[in-house]
Design a protein around this ligand. Sequence first.
Ligand SMILES: Nc1ncnc2c1ncn2[C@@H]1O[C@H](COP(=O)(O)OP(=O)(O)OP(=O)(O)O)[C@@H](O)[C@H]1O
Length: 300
Amino acid sequence: MNETLIRIDQLYKIFGPGEQKALLRLRQGAEPAELLSQHGCSVALNNISLDVNRGEIFVIVGLSGSGKSTLLRTLNRLIAPSAGEVFFNGQALSGLSATALIQLRRHEMGMVFQSFALLPTRSVLDNAAFGLELAGVGKAQRHRRALAVLAQVGLAQVAGQLPHQLSGGMQQRVGLARALVVNPALLLMDEAFSALDPINRREMQDLLLNLQAGQRRTVIFVTHDIEEALRIGNRIAIMQQGRVIQTGTAEQIVNAPANAYVRRFFSGVDTSRFVLAEDYAGAFDSHATPRQEPPHDRER
Ligand SMILES: Nc1ncnc2c1ncn2[C@@H]1O[C@H](COP(=O)(O)OP(=O)(O)OP(=O)(O)O)[C@@H](O)[C@H]1O
């Protein structure tokens, strides 16, 4: 039985002048393009509802400008939605005081950015320990915990170095360690591996999957790369122009893409390992070839 950690209910976000007026017009049927051309308002999120389960890696995919980062940032309320609600563990974020929200972000949520966003003059150890420092944890204790997390991401030996002394891949490991140090229930990752070369990127994906094994942590991961989504996502949501147009497992989406936009994502991508058994059976039967076992286990 799945347990919901995040519930997103009829969420809208409009950027630009007259946000609420534009929202009213949108709800009355105005097209986002019209709101942009006539009023200079961007509809970044257009009536999004979805649940994210505890313990899953939930990937949000979409083209540039489809609203992925905005959606992610409404989950820790770095962005306040124009309408709708986000519930964390059943609690409405809009009902939290500023202090309660800060506590929630510090203790329950970690965030990893594409740009690493490390503190340049602080050691790797102090960067990793930063969340605990903010939480008022004493130096010895936070360093102990930070070292343990750095060891998990394979960086214990460079704890004393400064970020600029590390490669990009290593810097992002520090970013991950910093997010994990408070042992958050939710990890928000915004194009976290997109600045890395393909080898480092794959290593980071493997690291994330390994760290996730046997954990109940929930990861929400934004990417524009469908291959990355297929590789790491337990479930995937596909965004188009501020809407979530399809949510499902890799198998579900590969086998029944909701529209041409989703299908286009897969062009040039090898999706054979996600094709369902029946499709294979049909293909083999129609060619009267001996039945073979389809590769329906996900390779990671
Ligand atoms: N602060 C802002 N002010 C005005 N418009 C914004 C702002 N942030 C986002 N937008 C607009 O909202 C829409 C969604 O942007 P968002 O950054 O969420 O998309 P994205 O899918 O994450 O794109 P990318 O992959 O390029 O980061 C875009 O049209 C963008 O121009």
